[in-house]
Design a protein around this ligand. Structure first.
Ligand SMILES: Nc1nc2c(ncn2[C@@H]2O[C@H](COP(=O)(O)OP(=O)(O)OP(=O)(O)O)[C@@H](O)[C@H]2O)c(=O)[nH]1
Ligand SMILES: [Mg+2]
Length: 500
């Protein structure tokens, strides 16, 4: 119990003790006075006063107990402390989410991915992808890092056609590593695009990316680098072919790269290397062959793996489960959207038919007649909200009132009258217009409910009116209205015609 509570209790006890003593004294005097008249009366009065006193004390204690009672330590769910735990918790949630996907092919693909993440373990080899535009020197870098010519190096773009994986170990770093050489990105042609896609997949799955460039970042490189970083990937930017630049130019280039760097990439994460220096012509004739220099990269890698080695894999695992969750969420969202659209479509023509054959006085009841509570219930079920029919009725009514209040019922009738411009007989045209307007209002209301259920039964900051107005605006486009009216004429006019 907190100290102030003890103090409060002590003061309370002292005050109560004083009050009890005072009360006892007063009672005694009252008893003595009454006993002079009648001892029985004195006993009854004292008994009643004591009973009331005990009752009041009991009631006070009952009300005060929650306040005074020692609090138990909150046993709230502990947030996962390590990325590994967070990834496991996230993966469990994602697996449940994936189960809800109805499309079998999509579901199986995501289940497979989830299983592969489930069985990946942080003690496995750390994957480093060597990534970048064609001819930046990725393969030359891999060869030099491994100390043997494992991959083909060539001046032409597209020398590396498919990814290659090599086991690797850095002195004084216990972590087992694997280097993945990838085809170049930003190359022309369909084959180039396919190779880029394969390279991006490797990068997206890697624990660490060596993003190789051989000059200042081109727009295409910058965009991909930014995308990888904002995705949450850990990247080192490697400026290769340092031998091509005099020292001052190289410093200036590094400075420029560092100034364009995107947080959380730090200036330390940008290093210059020469994987396969080319011979340089000398002033007095002859050629100078420089030695490869990967020291800055080796040093940064060793530091990084010592500092972040343990968390790189777990961080990546977490990132991948989050991405999987996002993919599953998007699939479920479009699946729900399709189900909701089918429900709205069904109800809009149902209400169109009903309204076309029911004489409605004026426009006031049009929205109320158009919005069906059962549609609200069915839409809620699609989004797992389970609204009862009573709640559905109340929601339908308030949306109808808002539609009327915002002038959208009249707006709908005017909008459709303009589009319908029929040469039908007046009565028939009137019925067709009312039926079509009813269908349109059902559609606006249905789409507004979808937004409401998508946001966990909330109308958002702007309230119900803002959502409805937005849906009205979105559906007001010429092409939407034209298609809607065409369908309405096919469906509503025959029903209206049947009516005497
Ligand atoms: N001057 C210089 N040239 C280099 C260096 N590293 C690689 N090169 C040259 O750059 C060209 C491309 O090298 P690769 O290693 O095949 O490049 P890559 O990025 O793997 O290219 P792709 O496989 O086509 O994507 C070759 O002609 C290499 O000789 C370097 O450090 N300095
Ligand atoms: Mg290559």
């Amino acid at each position: 119990m907190a100290q102030w509570r003890w103090l409060l209790l002590l003061v309370g006890l002292l005050v109560s003790l004083g009050a009890v003593l005072l009360l006892a004294d007063s009672l005694l005097r009252l008893y003595n006075t009454l006993a002079l008249i009648s001892p029985l009366l004195a006993q009854v009065v004292l008994g009643v006063i004591l009973a009331v006193g005990v009752g009041a004390a009991g009631f006070s204690l009952y009300r005060l107990w929650p306040f005074l009672r020692p609090r138990r330590r909150q046993s709230s769910l502990q947030a996962p402390r390590y990325p590994q735990e967070a990834a496991a918790a996230n993966l469990y949630a994602v697996q449940n989410q994936v189960e809800q996907i109805q499309d079998q092919v999509a579901r199986q693909a995501l289940q497979e991915k989830a299983r592969s993440l489930e069985f990946s373990n942080p003690s496995q080899a750390l994957t480093i992808a060597v990534f970048g535009v064609g001819s930046a020197g990725k393969t030359a870098l891999v060869n030099e890092l491994l100390g043997q010519p494992v991959g083909q190096v060539g001046a032409a773009l597209g020398t590396t056609q498919t990814q290659q994986t090599y086991p690797w170990q850095i002195p004084n770093v216990s972590k087992a590593l694997q280097l993945v050489d990838t085809p170049g990105i930003a190359e022309a042609g369909i084959a180039g695009t396919d190779r880029e896609q394969a390279a991006r997949t490797v990068a997206a799955g890697a624990d660490l990316i060596l993003f190789v460039v051989d000059d200042d970042l081109r727009q295409a490189e910058y965009t991909v680098l930014q995308a990888l970083i904002s995705m949450g990937k850990r990247v080192l930017l490697v400026l290769n072919k340092a031998d091509r630049y005099p020292e001052t130019d190289l410093e200036a280039l590094l400075e420029r790269l560092r100034s364009r760097v995107i947080p959380p990439l730090s200036p330390d994460d940008i290093v210059a290397v020469a994987a396969l220096p080319q011979p340089l012509p000398q002033v007095g004739g002859g050629w100078l062959q420089m030695q490869p220099n990967l020291l800055p990269l080796r040093a940064r890698l060793a530091d990084l793996l010592r500092q972040e080695g343990e968390t790189l894999i777990a961080d990546n695992l977490l990132l991948q489960t989050q991405q999987l969750g996002e993919t599953a969420r998007q699939i479920i969202d479009s699946q729900r959207q399709a189900q909701a659209d089918a429900i709205i479509e069904r109800y809009q023509w149902l209400s169109a038919g009903a309204i076309a054959v029911t004489p409605l006085p004026g426009l006031d009841f049009l929205a109320t007649a158009a919005i069906n509570a059962q549609m609200v219930v069915e839409l809620s079920q699609v989004y797992g909200c389970e609204v009862s029919i009573e709640e559905g009725k109340a929601l339908a009514l308030s949306v109808a009132k808002t539609l009327t209040g915002l002038g959208l019922v009249k707006g709908t009738v005017d909008l459709l009258a303009l589009g319908l411009q029929t040469n039908l007989a007046t009565v028939l045209a009137g019925r067709a217009l009312k039926g079509t307007s009813g269908a349109y209002l059902t559609r606006i209301a249905g789409k507004s409910f979808v937004e409401y259920f998508r946001q966990n039964q909330s109308w958002g900051d702007g309230g119900m009116g803002a959502v409805i107005e937005q849906q009205f605006r979105l559906n007001q486009r010429d092409a939407v209205i034209k298609a809607f009216i065409k369908e309405a004429i096919n469906r509503v006019v025959p029903i209206a015609r049947e009516q005497p």
